[in-house]
Design a binder for this molecule. Structure first.
Ligand SMILES: [Zn+2]
Ligand SMILES: [Zn+2]
Length: 169
């Protein structure tokens, strides 16, 4: 996820690059494969990155607690500010109000890893599911709540028989 932007930095505002991304990123200590695209635009202050990335996260289903894989889609737009002037090598302070902007390092490498990691964390589902209609676990015996599960059947029968009693006639 590292791009050498020295040639882009030497160009004028409005110059752009487009990249296809097919790379591995370390997120939470685990290597994730990420694909997508990024566009880099030269701005007066640095490089504006617009990226759309997709990968697969692995976790635990919030209903049945089995390992689950789910797609993660992220899109972000971030300004990257050079650390050194590409022509003179002089160190640059970030412009006012850009103190927490991402930086391009002294070798003119723009690294998308940190932004990807941050947006990835925001995109993770709060309650991931192994599949949309995961029935979860039986609250009585802890087994999969598959159709026809015996405990569920008993509960259902009890509820229905009460309803049947209320029914007129
Ligand atoms: Zn599940
Ligand atoms: Zn059960």
């Amino acid at each position: 996820m590292e791009f050498n932007v020295s040639s882009l930095l030497k160009e004028h505002t409005g110059a752009a690059r487009a990249y296809d991304i097919d790379d591995d990123v370390v997120i939470d200590g685990v290597l994730h494969h990420v694909t997508g695209s990024a566009r880099f635009d030269r701005t007066p202050d640095g490089v504006l990155v617009r990226a759309q990335l997709r990968g697969t996260a692995h976790g635990e289903c919030s209903r049945c607690l089995k390992p689950a894989a789910f797609a993660v889609d992220i899109a972000f737009e971030e300004q990257y500010i050079p650390t050194v002037d590409v022509h003179t090598g002089v160190h640059l302070a970030p412009p006012a109000g850009e103190d927490d902007a991402f930086r391009i390092d002294a070798r003119h490498i723009l690294d998308l890893q940190e932004a990807t990691r941050q947006y990835w964390a925001l995109a993770l589902p709060i309650a991931p599911l192994c599949r949309e209609d995961c029935p979860g676990l039986c609250p009585l015996c802890g087994d999969d709540l598959t159709p026809g599960h015996p405990c569920a059947g008993d509960q259902t029968d009890a509820r229905w028989s009460k309803l049947a009693d209320l029914r007129p006639g």
